[in-house]
Write a protein that binds this ligand. Structure first.
Ligand SMILES: [Zn+2]
Length: 103
């Protein structure tokens, strides 16, 4: 069984339900491959000034424990499952997921 772990520094206060749903969707992509999922940032951390993190509408999920080829597969799975209302971006060390109400 795979679990979701919240990094001690990750602050969940103010998380939007749309992001909670995205976390649930993302976990399936990790679990399908037998991988644990670690949430590294929600409303905490240092992001760009207008980042949706501060509005509770973004989450960063760690991928540094995933082999690089599998990172792209997980990213693509999450992107496809979340659909066009979400932006799912593959970074070096994490996957950033945000919900843009304007979409
Ligand atoms: Zn982010």
């Amino acid at each position: 069984m795979t679990t979701i772990t919240l990094d001690p520094r990750a602050r969940p206060t103010g998380i939007a339900p749309e992001v909670l749903l995205a976390i649930h969707i993302a976990h399936a992509a990790f679990a399908r491959r037998g991988k644990q999922m670690y949430i590294r940032s929600i409303t905490d951390g240092e992001h760009q000034p207008n980042s949706l993190h501060y509005a509770g509408r973004a989450v960063d999920i760690a991928i540094n424990h995933i082999e690089p080829p599998m990172r792209k597969d997980i990213h693509e799975d999450i992107r496809a499952a979340c659909g066009p209302r979400y932006d799912v971006i593959l970074r070096d060390q994490w996957i950033h997921i945000e919900y843009d109400r304007a979409k």
